[in-house]
Design a protein around this ligand. Sequence first.
Ligand code: CDP
Ligand code: MG
Length: 771
Amino acid sequence: MASKRRLSEEKHECPDPVKTSIPEQAAEVAEELSKTHPIREDSPLVHHDAGEFNGLVRHKTTASQAETLENGKVNPFTGQQFSEQYFKILKVRRDLPVHAQRAEFLKLYQENQIMVFVGETGSGKTTQIPQFVLFDEMPHLENTQIAVTQPRRVAAMSVAQRVAEEMDVKLGEEVGYSIRFENRTSNKTILKYMTDGMLLREAMEDPNMSRYSCIILDEAHERTLATDILMGLLKQVVIRRPDLKLIIMSATLDAEKFQRYFCDAPLLAVPGRTFPVELYYTPEFQRDYLDSAIRTVLQIHATEDEGDILLFLTGEDEIEEAVRKISLEGDQLVREEGCGPIAVYPLYGSLPPYQQQRIFEKAPESHNGRPGRKVVVSTNIAETSLTIDGIVYVVDPGFSKQKVYNPRIRVESLLVSPISKASAQQRAGRAGRTRPGKCFRLYTEEAFQKELIEQSYPEILRSNLSSTVLELKKLGVDDLVHFDFMDPPAPETMMRALEELNYLACLDNDGNLTALGRLASQFPLDPMLAVMLIGSFEFHCSQEILTIVAMLSVPNVFIRASKDKKKNESNKHLFAHPDGDHITLLNVYHAFKSDEAYDYGIQKWCRDHLLNYRALASADSIRAQLERLMTRHNLELNTTDYESPKYFENIRKALASGFFMQVAKKRSSGKGYITVKDNQDVLLHPSTVLGHDSEWVIYNEFVLTSKNYIRTVTSVRPEWLIELAPAYYDLDNFQKGDVKMSLERIQQKIERANELNDIRKDKKHKHKNKH
Ligand code: CDP
Ligand code: MG
């Protein structure tokens, strides 16, 4: 009753639920087929003539029928004999908590169009449920696919790899993944793991998501921006497509909220198989949580019983530093204290896949009776997205990197912030998967009780929404105010997004999508970058802008010379261009593609020049994809002669045409810069190659720390800004101050120049008429 009452309080619109009806006859046929076909060894289900399934509404496979298929000799999806390895993994899979509920799951799945499924992390949701669905849907016979969304790229790749192994197929064939700029699927793919952002992009082309018979939104509790939008869209799609099934999958127990939103969809909760976790707090506040975390890990290794350690940190740099220190000091413990061996692995989003896989390796074997241990140092990925077996000790400093957005000053930034209570509980839970464990919280109990918020805020409340608004407009959602958001974003954020898109000419003054906006939405880029790229041929440098955009889409290509965090040296100066970092990136790419680098051996060349090979290779592939998109849309690819004095100027102008909303001006008094229009004090990031005498700069990123930095900057001329973005640089909308005064002076200069021009033209005209 309680949930009913709440239902009427919420404003979500709920039409009558659609139930899939399976005509009795068809169901019988389905049952017969699923009994007989797959077991016929000479004629596996795959590649079977789909014709004979005409009229069949939906397969319906019971749990025991599916299990019989799984136990058989032939893989029903490929027609190949199962390997030995397959049966080994199958045994493990049968022990997962979700397996016990297969029949119950199938019943709910078959009887409802939408369902919510929750279970402890590690219970088998992500890897098993999609396979349960596969056996029920047999998508290869119906020429459909199953989609499973993940908030993180790493998770999509890693889980697809695992499930391909479980199903005894090659990754990229029956089971594949799709993330931005990387698609490992083929025409055989029936199960597709993908980032939620990718499914959203697909929806722009195919609003009914017609190729899927079932969509699973996994990790829904993370409430990413893309998942939230997908939920809103899918809520409408299921009405248009009664044949589409939707499963909302979540780790935590905020299931009721999802149920309510989806019109009282039924819930299946897998009871977790968790062991008690003892919690330890520090008696006082830890000033240096990184150091404190490293000490704690080493102490656990020296004193605690067998069991692996999971340490949560916030990002790549910190993680690599911790891995190095723990390995070093761990080895010392082995030598000096007779401790067991220790293997330390990092885990973060931009880590190459083969290195990610190492977290699943077993702990090193010990020969002296003291436990050998695996230590994984991870970002939030290990909180719910990836399950690592064998973890008994969790070290939780209580921080993660989170996106924050301040619409007033239009700054979106990643900020190391305290986690929520729900996150802290999830983290602790990682210690109790296989046996009773311990969680060491590096904060006081009081801080946990009084300072941590209950739940993290959904991303939609912490983001710049310009990409999202453009996507929604492209999806035909014009009335953004009445879109059924699970948590509606702040009106101010929405206004900012509309305004930004209007300045970019993606939306007209009435908020309608323009031709440019429609085109920009085709590019998997931030609208600003897309607009810049589309317009770059007018500046005769679309080839160069293409490269710069690709280079801005990958992690930092420069590797620090010294591992010391304080020293910021790299080999950047070798490629530095006085006009700034964007052109420096262009130089790096050109050097990377040169014959010289190739002849030298490209990977060695990168190593010797302290460049990240993987990032550069990825930029190269992104560039190729974006180039194809440009060609497809008939956008000219051009360049200015390198010898021409205009070469760099053209590139800088093109950059200004996109980045005109991210500009800072050097303060006329004192040091530092001030951002244009939003008047924030900023400093050039120490990594820049730009000389500090550039008066006007565009910047790629606003970095919020104790000081505010702008990173990746290039110098521009203010008259370009006024000329290229007159609406944005309408000085009536500027606050009094340094920036406005300078711009006014420049404006007057431009006007005088124009007047002179007019007079000259006029004279010429009169002169001509005389003769
Ligand atoms: O989604 P959920 O957290 O419920 O669990 P899952 O990701 O499906 O993982 C279930 C089990 O699969 C884990 O406990 C691991 O034992 C195993 N697994 C693995 O061995 N290797 C992977 N790459 C992913 C999962
Ligand atoms: Mg999962």
